[in-house]
Write a protein that binds this ligand. Structure first.
Ligand code: ZN
Length: 474
């Protein structure tokens, strides 16, 4: 008998190996030393292997853990406060964001991270200003973090329409230094579960000199640049006015469109610009629900993929999405593109599942460790119940409906088990390392406090949601 740490028994494995979904059955998965050791025939596993932990997932299907590649959990304390409005920043989120403290933001982050893990996310691409505590919380939860710290030199203040952002190079330096400190403290830590990226907010929020400086650090440190790219007509306006060309052309000229870049949104990119970015080897993160709610736009992820690029999914933030649920994002990326192209074949369920797993891992440069269930990779996987209404009935012949059911019907509560690095982080819908109740209790008192602080500016700005309140529509 050979001894391994864990044996996973399940009727269906979706490994994501190859170009499809890597379907396997009549096998068991062996996990040892935090990694996937091998798949063996199900009927010989009991006679040839023993393990400390044997998972009998007989009514389940096993998938790689999902990757939520772009999140701003610092905004999660403001869930549901900024949707259904034009000028999301000014009319929506600003009155609330202006009054929240770092403590309040962190308390919101914890709830958002719990929500994401419970919906099957094992790799969290969080991005914000104060990330040290967030790294510690992700570490404690046992999840994987691909974390970016915000780098920016544009002053935080209200700008009039058409006004160019005012750069403060000193503030830019402070933010670069903070990103470096986070890198030194956390990169490769938590047993390798935390990676630190560098996060310039966008080419419009920093001088070209400082952006090139960050790029140099990224290359020296062998990490990645995680940056919003052409994220709306506002960015395009700023860059055209300042430099006489569009953001993608400027980034190309600056040699920033390379494999070190993870480009977020591409909201205002033409299909041709998206293709240029893909051909230079950068990855993309598309956030379908967030950009749908904030801007009413379907970003050009299909054009990016057709040009050969890898694209990940992201949930962005909660005052304008309003959830961290990659199952929703899979469904949204399919539906939105079917409608955009008036073509039901344009984005099938299996492709969205690849975006949430292996293609997402490639887009953010983590496919060496996660995104598929293959020997030698870290054992990051989830078990999805097939004996709940939203996944039933299960067909296996003449076609399998498990992937379509997951993408178009599941909502997240079907995720029964979550494992990262071969360690169980959620079992039976409960996080094993985090006191969920305590985190939920903590957040309860803040709506009153933040609401009081924000009320004057909320009614003064008199945005859509203030009008909805007055008209009894909320
Ligand atoms: Zn973002």
């Amino acid at each position: 008998m050979k001894k391994v740490d864990m044996i996973v028994k399940c009727p269906f494995f979706y490994t994501m190996e190859g170009d499809g979904v890597g379907f396997k059955q009549n096998v068991a998965m062996l996990v040892d030393g935090g990694k996937i050791l091998d798949f063996v025939e199900a009927d010989i596993v009991d006679t040839e292997y023993k393990a400390d932990e044997v998972l009998n997932m007989e009514n389940h299907a096993i998938f790689p853990g999902f990757i939520d590649a772009h999140m701003h959990t610092f905004d999660d304390i403001l869930r549901g406060l900024a949707q259904d409005t034009n000028n999301w920043m000014m009319y929506g989120v600003q009155p609330f964001e202006n009054v929240t403290t770092e403590e309040e933001q962190f308390i919101g982050s914890k709830v958002g991270i719990i929500e994401a893990i419970k919906a099957g996310t094992t790799t969290l691409g969080d991005y914000g200003r104060i990330m040290d505590k967030t790294c510690a919380f992700i570490d404690k939860a046992g999840a994987r973090g691909n974390i970016a710290q915000l780098v920016r030199s544009a002053r935080f203040r209200v700008y009039n329409p058409g006004e160019l952002y005012e750069f403060d190079d000193e503030a830019g330096e402070v933010s670069i230094k903070a990103n470096l400190e986070l890198f030194e403290k956390w990169h490769g830590k938590a047993g390798g579960r935390i990676r630190i990226l560098f996060g310039p907010q966008g080419v419009d929020f920093i001088s070209p000199e400082q952006l090139l400086k960050v790029q140099k650090i990224v290359k020296e440190k062998k990490t990645k640049l995680h940056m919003h790219v052409q994220q709306g007509d506002r960015e395009t306006y700023q860059i055209v006015k300042r430099y006489g060309k569009r953001p993608t052309a400027l980034l190309e000229e600056m040699d920033l469109l390379d494999k070190n870049l993870i480009a977020v949104h591409l909201t205002d990119c033409t299909d041709e610009e998206a293709a240029v970015i893909a051909k230079h080897g950068a990855g993309m993160i598309v956030n379908p629900a967030s950009i749908g709610i904030i801007d009413g736009i379907v970003c050009p992820s299909v054009a990016f993929q057709e040009a050969g690029g890898n694209c990940a999914l992201g949930s962005d933030q909660l005052p304008g999405n309003n959830c961290h649920n990659i199952i929703h994002e899979m469904k949204n990326v399919c539906l939105f593109n079917k409608i955009k192209y008036q073509n039901p074949e344009i984005m099938p369920a299996w492709r969205a599942l690849r975006m949430a797993t292996i293609e997402g891992a490639k887009a953010i440069g983590m496919d060496d460790i996660t995104g598929s269930l293959e020997a030698g990779k870290q054992a990051d996987f989830i078990a999805i119940r097939l004996d709940v209404p939203s996944m039933m009935p299960v067909y296996t012949y003449p076609m399998r409906n498990i992937v379509p059911n997951l993408v178009y019907s599941a909502r997240g509560h079907e995720i029964d088990l979550s494992v990262v690095d071969g360690k169980i982080i959620m079992k039976g819908r409960k996080l094993v390392n985090i006191d969920e109740e305590e985190c939920l209790e903590e957040v309860r008192k803040y709506p009153d406090i933040i609401g009081q602080k924000a009320s004057r500016e909320f009614f003064e700005i008199h945005g859509t949601n203030a009008i909805f309140m007055e008209e009894d529509k909320l």
